[in-house]
Design a protein around this ligand. Structure first.
Ligand code: BGC
Length: 448
């Protein structure tokens, strides 16, 4: 048996996002978001599910905070629904929307839990999408105003801010692959959106500093690791390209003030798409951040395959165990990514803002025996510990997710929570993984 011990001062938490848990979609002046529209478009979400009710955390937030108090977390990462604050995207503020987040934040602070607030976790006001969404630079201005309002409103209460969650998903997954709202399929569009998101992020950081807001600000890219199948240079190059789509594309501009040239050229050659950068954009993006949030779930062994997909790459079935959503369990990739970030971008403080797994275990006699999730957590925390030992500056770990919730295009069919939600009764049941995590937090170590 060995003990995996974490450093003193290690922070622990759980994460959620507004559209996935809040429900109350038409309550208290909330405007429609692109996810309301997308979910209600036939064929986009499994079973035609939508977030109208979700976990109803909008009404049950006290119960959810109480669960977190029992769990013993330092941080709760949640997101604000932009259309609750500005139902029209910009302009008139909806006071009732703000009041909800005050209630939530006050409750957290009272229980000694630090709020970590994500400004954008995908629920763009539909009115903005109607004018082009993130392809339209007016959305950047609207985001800046929205960010400013929240900074001013919650200054002194919220001290950890995340601008954009998973810019890769918002841009390429949603506008090139078309799997998420708004469901478009155009590579140039994906590239424009990615760039505009980074500019919006930079503008929010500048505003945060200018206003002298107390606390720290960062962003939360999702990363995936492609391990080369062999030492063949072609395999290595194809994997480098594919991993860089998540990593370098969203890190180089922020930390180095430029895009990775090799990928810019690759995209030009493969798709004809080119960056559309305006004067001053790169300086805006290249703002020092206080931390970076990392969302990691999976990785693959991959190899070169001529004309296969965007990168001339195919995944190899290397026999890894998979979670119920079909993603490889690949904790080594977690270590490689963290190591690469610290090698390439310096000693930047890192929070793991999401890491978790999908297992669809149901309660039996009031107990949810989600051993798969516990194993997943253990393996990834071993990799995390390995990264810490090799000098990566990791400040905290937040698992995804507190609750089973609306899993985007998968609707309610895929469960990521450490707390089970019965979507008919909205009853919460703590899973075995919850109790395991609770003990790990209390001890700051676990045994394997
Ligand atoms: C997102 C979450 C999502 C999770 C599992 C991340 O991509 O930020 O909203 O539920 O992964 O798919």
């Amino acid at each position: 048996m060995s003990i995996i011990q974490f450093p003193k001062g290690m922070k622990w938490g759980v994460a959620t996002a507004s559209y996935q848990i809040e429900g109350a979609a038409n309550k208290d002046g909330r405007g429609p978001s692109i996810w309301d529209t997308f979910a209600k478009t036939p064929g986009k979400v499994v079973n035609g599910d939508n977030g109208d009710v979700a976990c109803d955390s909008y009404h049950r937030y006290k119960e959810d905070v109480e669960i977190m108090e029992d769990l013993g977390v330092d941080f709760y990462r949640f997101s604000v629904a932009w259309p609750r604050i500005f139902p029209d995207g910009t302009g008139e503020v909806n006071k009732e929307g703000l009041a909800y987040y005050h209630r939530l934040v006050d409750e957290l602070l009272e229980k000694g839990i630090q709020p970590m607030c994500t400004l954008y976790h995908w629920d763009l006001p539909q009115v903005l999408q109607d004018k082009g969404g993130w392809d339209n630079r007016e959305t950047i201005e609207a985001f800046e105003k929205y960010a400013e309002l929240l900074f001013r409103e919650f200054d002194g209460k919220i001290k950890h801010w995340i601008t954009i969650n998973e810019p890769w998903c918002v841009s390429f997954l949603s506008n090139f692959i078309g799997a998420h709202a708004p469901g478009l399929k155009d590579f140039q569009l994906g590239m424009n959106v990615a760039h505009h998101l980074l500019v919006a992020h930079g503008k929010a950081v500048i505003k945060f500093r200018k206003l002298g807001i107390e606390g720290e600000i960062g962003y939360a890219p999702n990363v995936e690791w492609n391990e080369p199948y062999s030492d063949n240079q072609k395999d290595i190059d194809a994997c480098t390209r594919a991993s860089a789509w998540f990593l370098d594309w969203f890190f180089d501009p922020v930390f180095k003030g430029s895009y990775p040239e090799f990928l810019v050229n690759w995209f030009k050659e493969k798709t004809g798409a080119a960056l559309k950068i305006e004067d001053g954009d790169m300086e805006i993006i290249n703002q020092p951040v206080d931390f970076v949030g990392i969302n990691y779930y999976t990785g693959s062994v991959s190899r070169y395959a001529e004309d296969e997909g965007l990168f001339d790459l195919e995944k190899v079935d290397a026999g890894y165990l998979k979670t119920d959503i079909g993603w490889n369990i690949y904790p080594e990739g977690f270590y490689h990514i963290l190591k690469k970030i610290s090698d390439n971008y310096g000693d930047i403080p890192i929070y793991i803002t999401e890491n978790g797994s999908c297992y669809n275990d149901e309660p039996e006699n009031g107990r949810v025996r989600d051993t798969g999730r516990i194993e997943y957590l253990k393996k990834h925390l071993v990799s995390l510990q390995r990264s810490l030992e090799s000098g990566v500056n990791i400040k905290g770990y937040l698992t995804w997710s507190l609750l089973d919730n609306f899993e985007w295009a998968e609707g309610y069919t895929m469960r990521f929570g450490i707390v089970h939600v019965d979507y008919r009764t909205l009853e919460r049941t703590k899973k075995d993984s919850y109790y395991w995590y609770k003990q790990t937090i209390a001890n700051n170590f676990f045994e394997i």
